[in-house]
Write a protein that binds this ligand. Structure first.
Ligand SMILES: Cc1cc2nc3c(=O)[nH]c(=O)nc-3n(C[C@H](O)[C@H](O)[C@H](O)COP(=O)(O)OP(=O)(O)OC[C@H]3O[C@@H](n4cnc5c(N)ncnc54)[C@H](O)[C@@H]3O)c2cc1C
Length: 360
């Protein structure tokens, strides 16, 4: 089979890339190994609103186009984050965002791609690249451009001789029952060493989970998760595990006719683990860059230049802060101390991908 663009992975990165490059004049094939797009949900489902994204990524443009979310896909509107220290001290920060219904949200993004003209095939896997041709469970696919939007353990990247994010933190999530005020709660300390535990409210129940540095782990991940849930005293279902890139963007996101987008490219904020908005921003840049490449002969490498212009500084500042945090996180006492020293202002800077001290 021959197509102009093969996109591997119909998560936020792949579907958005497909949406912005597809059209009657370009044949775009979007494949995902999942039978149902967006399920299981391996996500906390939190999305900052457009105003927060402009604050964190001031060079981004036209975010309203992507971050004006259909109310049917929103499970709660959020005004505040509570950052909770190991001893229970609460630092409340104003922060606007939404809890998504990600099972529906990912389907919605895939539908926009199909409406733009992409062909979507679910239950189909990318297997590798041989002699420049992509091998898939649908057979060989010859494509002018191949997009790796297949998550943090991207087979597309490895097949093309590109890197995967070299640090990936495990994260476990579930859907909990109960009613919750519209505040995201983030719990720090050895309950989730090097990361945090979260309660992200929904209209009914909450998304609850933990993400942590596996190098600091003393127990099994399942034990850590059970202890966190027990402490909150919740009943829950739909437990799922995934990995969150934590080493910043990979060195190269373009090689030959292959490009990487979203988690595959390490497009994740290291201080909060958020990757959905960046997958969408990078996907839009990727889709437009591919179109300019195939229709007007622009170099594919323009994609890398353009996403770095928007994201490089905030993502490297976030990485710097996370590495600083690694000095404190192994101990509850030091975490408590660091949170007191930073106070609300420093913590707000960290969450928003700005260096916590005024250092350049
Ligand atoms: C537990 C957890 C909680 C999180 N919480 C949040 C949060 O609250 N907010 C936030 O912004 N981010 C969060 N993240 C991160 C966020 O989920 C990711 O950054 C985001 O999903 C990245 O989108 P993506 O499209 O790059 O990758 P993905 O959403 O992972 O999509 C990749 C797709 O590729 C498909 N695929 C993989 N390999 C192949 C193959 N060989 N062939 C075909 N298809 C393939 C997969 O099936 C998948 O559908 C969380 C992550 C985890 C693990």
């Amino acid at each position: 089979m021959e197509v102009d663009v093969l996109i591997v992975g119909a998560g936020p990165a792949g579907s958005t890339t497909a949406r912005f490059c597809a059209g009657k004049d370009l044949g775009v094939l979007l494949i995902d190994r999942r039978k149902e797009i967006g399920y299981p949900v391996q996500c906390g489902e939190f999305l900052p609103d457009a105003s927060e994204m402009y604050t964190m990524f001031p060079r981004s443009m036209d975010l309203e186009e992507q971050f004006t979310i259909d109310p049917a896909l929103i499970a709660a509107e959020i005004d505040h984050l509570d950052l909770i220290s190991p001893r229970g001290r609460v630092y409340r920060l104003g922060f606007k965002g939404f809890t998504l219904d990600r099972r529906s949200f990912d389907k919605h993004l895939a539908k926009l791609a199909v409406e733009a003209g992409a062909r979507l095939e679910t239950g189909e896997s990318f297997l590798g690249i041989k002699d420049g041709v992509a091998r898939t469970t649908m057979g060989d696919v010859k494509a002018k451009v191949i997009v790796g939007a297949d998550g943090p353990n991207s087979k597309t990247a490895r097949s093309a001789g590109l890197q995967n994010p070299d640090v990936r933190y495990p994260a476990i999530t579930c859907q909990a029952d109960g009613s919750f005020e519209p505040v995201v709660r983030m719990y720090f300390g050895t309950l989730a060493p090097g990361g945090y535990g979260w309660v992200i409210p929904k209209r009914k129940g909450a998304n609850v989970g933990i993400g942590f540095n596996p190098g600091l782990l003393k127990d099994r991940p399942s034990e850590l998760f059970r202890r966190f849930i027990d402490r909150l005293g919740m009943t829950y279902s739909d437990v799922a595990m995934g990995f969150v890139p934590q080493s910043g963007p990979v060195i190269d996101t373009v090689k030959g006719n292959v490009i990487l987008v979203g988690d595959a490219a390490g497009h994740v904020m290291a201080t909060n683990g958020g990757g959905v908005p960046l997958a969408m921003i990078a996907g839009r840049i990727a889709g437009k860059s591919i179109r300019a490449h195939l229709k007007d002969g622009a170099p594919l490498a323009e994609y890398e230049r353009r996403w770095r212009y928007v994201m490089d500084k905030p993502l490297s500042d976030a990485l710097w802060t996370r590495r600083l945090g690694d000095l404190f996180f192994p101990s509850d006492r030091r975490t408590e101390f660091a949170m007191r020293v930073l106070g609300k202002r420093g913590l707000a800077r960290a969450i928003r991908c700005t260096k916590v001290f005024y250092v350049f």
